[in-house]
Structure formats: structure tokens, C-alpha cells
Ligand binder design. Structure first.
Ligand code: BES
Ligand code: ZN
Length: 458
């Protein structure tokens, strides 16, 4: 078990750790917004400064990429030791709509035991726990029980498109036994979890063009095609009344859920009324024949993320607009190929398009799903660490979000990833008033500190 000096060290460091978190959270590192470029570099520099103070055995590089830099910190001690890769991201989602925040998104504020800021849980707060736990080890024991590589990137929220190249280039140096990521959630308050599956994703934009420019709807309307009408007609073809996606071949490669998978999901308590209350939706609308957990964790979906076109300002304006656009993402499950399915979607839309309109299809990022080997001995080590940190053994769950690097670690480095979520689904990630429970931050830091020891023992 953990030495009392390490436990004391962690306790004593709590105020300082919260201060470091607040410092990182005040940097508006929104990867989707080019105006934030300086902040992304600043976040990378702030992290690298943290590693500079770690002491003997540590090195840290801020590695330039075609996009935002990767912070790569390494800890090496002598001898043949276990090695883990810790991944996290310092970029965050856009903060809008700003008027729905109680306090500004980049002015971290403590309220009711929670720290409020964009990135509090996703992922600055969670990622930081693994750095702070290592610093505590260094301070109290002068060394760590395993070797570590930290890879902290600034493009996760926009699809991690420059990360694979870095991993491929440094593949030999990055040999490791297992990867660790805290960028998921607990199952529920008081129910810590290990996530053994994530969905994949692909993202695209579909634009329908009508006339060259906006035209008077009285003079031209009736004879000229309306691109909003055509776009919405196309979009309405993409699901049927059972909420099944209608793109040909969409489900072709899906491996059906086993009885054991379904039984495992069914064992978890799920309160539908609470789920609806939490989201504010007044009813469910998922794929027929599947439970809500199955729909969210283990079935593919096609979602409209945004739609615009024509005049959206105040008051009426009588035009036939020139174009209309929809942003679409599909969540994928194990064995589905994002590139193949993106092409199937494009082909289907083109085949259905009215000949009076032109369709522009822009492919964006994509990554496959992840399913962990449930026999991995590292799962038990992680369970012990979580039990010690959170006072309760974790449940095994899957989650519906995506973390592109996880599939890349498996394919390129042939390692599994321990997805150890310290946050809660109700932390408002990607939403206004994102927050992280200070207690979850400290418990996660403790679990992380114990994890290094448990991994060494495997
Ligand atoms: N931290 C999330 C992923 C997540 C959240 C997984 C909650 C499980 C539970 C991550 O930062 C994220 O949002 N990823 C994007 C990936 C995409 C932009 C490639 C996502 O899932 O939308
Ligand atoms: Zn994240």
C-alpha cells in the first residue's frame, strides 16, 4: 500500500494542485477557433513548465506538429521496468453560448465544491491528476515505481489529425505495456468506472447549392430550386420511423452485441426519469430494439450537429437562398470503418439529390471504435487503484464518446488503454457551466498515485 508520506504529500498539495488547475483553466485553448492559436501554445508551455520542476529522471519536449504542439514528457529510471503512456489533451471545446455561463468560461470559479470553467473536466482537470500524482511521488519518494511517457496534445477536440504521425515517427521510443487516459466519466456519482469500449466517429459537412446568389423569392421563387428545401428533404431520408440509419450498408459490419454484453449492461442501474430530467428532453428517441445504454454505448448513430442557410437575422427577408449546409457526425462501433461509411453517406446523398441542385460534400475527421481486451491484467491493477482512491470498486462500462488516439495506440503500438474516468456525465462537458468536482479531482489524483504502484506490481 501507499506510504503515509505519499498520502500526506498528496493531502498537503491539495491547495497548490487546485491553483495549478486554475492557472491552466484560465487559458482559452479552443482548438476549433484559429483566434485562440496563441493560447494553445501557451497551454503547452504551461504544461512543459510543470514537468521542468519534476526533477531527476525527467525530460520534456514541446514537439511542433503541422497543427498545435504535443507535450512529450518522459520519466526514466534505471533497470527493466514497467512502462505506461499517459495521454491527455490541453485543448477544449468552444465555450459558446457564452450567455448561458454563470461565470465566464475562462475565469475558473469555485462554487459548491466544484470548479467551473471550460475544460475543467474535459480534459485539463482529469489529465492534470496524472501529472500531479507523479510530482507527489517525486517529492515524497524521490522516484516513481514505473517509467512513464506523457503525450498531451492540443487537437483532440478537432479529431487529433496530427497525432498519428507523431506516434508513427516515435513508435520505437514509445514502446510501453499499457496506456492510461482519464478523459471519460464515472458511471454515476459514487460509482467509479473503468470504460472498456468507446465509439468511433466520422464528421462531415453537406452543402446544397441552388441559385448563384440569394434571389427575390417573389420574382424567382416557384421556378428556381430552394436549397434549404432540398437539404432538409435529403436529411429526412437518413432515418426511418424506427430511428434506424438508412444509408445503405450502414450496419453491415456491426458485430452484434452478445448476450453477455447485453446482460452486463442490464445489470447497471438505469433510471430513465432521472436521465430525462438530467438532459431536459421530454422523451426518448433511440433505435428500436435496444435499451438506452445499448443505444449510447454500442450502436452506431447519425446525428445532425448544426444546420444553416439563407437569412437568419431578425425579421423576415424574402429570398430563395443560394445554399444550405448541415454538419453531420456518425458514431461508430467496433469493426465499422469511418472512411468507408463516410463514402457510403456521400454516395447515398448524391444518388438522392434532385437534379436542379448541386451537392458539396466535405469530409472531416474520423476514427474507429475501441473495445478493450477484458482479460488484460492491467484492468485489475486499475481497479485496485480506483478502489483505494474513491473508496469503492469500479464498475466496467462502455461509453459513447470518442477518443481517437485509443484506436491508434492499439493499431500502432499494440497496447490497450485503461480509460479511467474521474469526471461525471453531469459535469457539462461540451456545454455551458462545465465543471469538475474538487473531490473527484483529488480522489483521481490519489487513484493515479496508487496506479503507478499497482502497475509496477502486475
Ligand atoms: N472526453 C471526450 C470523450 C468522452 C467524453 C468519452 C465522455 C467518453 C465520455 C473527448 O474530449 C471528446 O469529446 N471527443 C470528441 C472526439 C471527436 C471530436 C473526434 C467526441 O467524442 O465528440
Ligand atoms: Zn476530452
Amino acid at each position: 500500500m501507499m506510504s503515509s508520506t505519499l498520502a500526506d504529500e498528496l493531502k498537503n498539495r491539495r491547495p497548490e494542485n487546485v491553483k495549478i488547475l486554475c492557472q491552466l483553466l484560465s487559458i482559452p485553448s479552443i482548438s476549433a477557433d484559429p483566434q485562440c492559436a496563441d493560447s494553445l501554445h501557451q497551454a503547452a508551455a504551461t504544461l512543459s513548465e510543470l514537468f521542468q520542476i519534476a526533477g531527476t529522471g525527467w525530460s520534456c519536449e514541446v514537439v511542433a506538429t503541422a497543427g498545435y504542439p504535443i507535450v512529450w514528457a518522459r520519466y526514466r529510471a534505471s533497470g527493466n521496468r514497467r512502462r505506461a503512456i499517459v495521454y491527455g489533451h490541453y485543448d477544449v471545446q468552444p465555450a459558446d453560448p457564452l450567455d448561458l455561463w454563470t461565470t465566464p468560461p475562462f475565469e475558473p470559479t469555485l462554487r459548491d465544491g466544484k470548479i467551473y470553467a471550460r475544460g475543467a473536466t474535459d480534459d485539463k482537470g482529469q489529465m492534470l491528476t496524472h501529472i500531479l500524482s507523479a510530482l507527489a511521488w517525486m517529492k515524497s519518494a524521490g522516484q516513481l515505481p514505473i517509467d512513464l511517457d506523457y503525450i498531451i496534445e492540443g487537437e483532440e477536440e478537432v479529431g487529433s489529425e496530427n497525432l498519428e504521425r507523431f506516434l508513427a515517427e516515435h513508435r520505437d521510443e514509445l514502446k510501453a505495456d499499457v496506456a492510461v487516459i482519464s478523459d471519460t466519466s464515472q458511471y454515476a456519482p459514487g460509482w467509479p468506472a473503468i470504460t472498456t469500449g468507446l465509439r468511433g466517429i466520422f464528421a462531415c459537412e453537406v452543402r446544397v447549392h441552388g441559385p448563384r446568389k440569394d434571389l427575390h423569392s417573389g420574382v424567382f421563387g416557384g421556378a428556381i430550386p430552394n436549397p434549404i428545401r432540398e437539404l432538409t428533404r435529403l436529411l429526412s431520408l437518413l432515418h426511418n420511423e424506427y430511428n434506424e440509419v438508412q444509408v445503405p450498408g450502414f450496419y453491415a459490419d456491426v458485430v452484434p452485441l452478445t448476450d453477455a454484453d447485453r446482460a452486463g449492461f442490464a445489470e447497471l442501474p438505469f433510471d430513465q426519469a432521472a436521465f430525462l430530467a438530467e438532459t431536459g428532453a421530454i422523451g426518448l428517441r433511440g433505435e428500436a430494439g435496444f435499451t438506452p445504454l445499448e443505444q449510447r454505448w454500442a450502436r452506431p448513430t447519425l446525428e445532425f450537429n448544426g444546420i444553416y442557410g439563407g437569412y437568419t437575422g431578425p425579421g423576415p427577408k424574402t429570398i430563395v437562398p443560394a445554399s444550405a449546409t448541415a454538419k453531420i457526425t456518425c458514431r461508430l462501433v467496433a469493426n465499422q470503418n469511418p472512411d468507408v461509411l463516410m463514402k457510403s453517406l456521400e454516395d447515398f446523398l448524391r444518388s438522392q439529390l434532385h437534379p436542379s441542385c448541386r451537392l458539396e460534400f466535405t469530409a472531416d475527421h474520423g476514427c474507429p471504435a475501441f473495445l478493450m481486451d477484458r482479460q488484460s491484467p492491467f484492468l485489475q491493477a486499475a481497479s485496485k487503484a480506483i478502489e483505494a482512491g474513491f473508496g469503492k470498486a469500479p464498475v466496467f462500462i462502455r461509453e459513447g464518446g470518442s477518443i481517437p488516439v485509443v484506436a491508434t495506440f492499439k493499431r500502432l503500438l499494440e497496447i490497450d488503454t485503461l480509460l479511467l474516468g474521474w469526471g461525471q456525465n453531469t459535469d457539462n462537458l461540451h456545454s455551458p457551466d462545465e465543471h469538475f468536482l474538487i473531490e473527484d479531482f483529488h480522489r483521481g489524483t490519489l487513484a493515479s498515485a496508487i496506479l503507478w504502484e499497482e502497475l509496477a506490481k502486475v
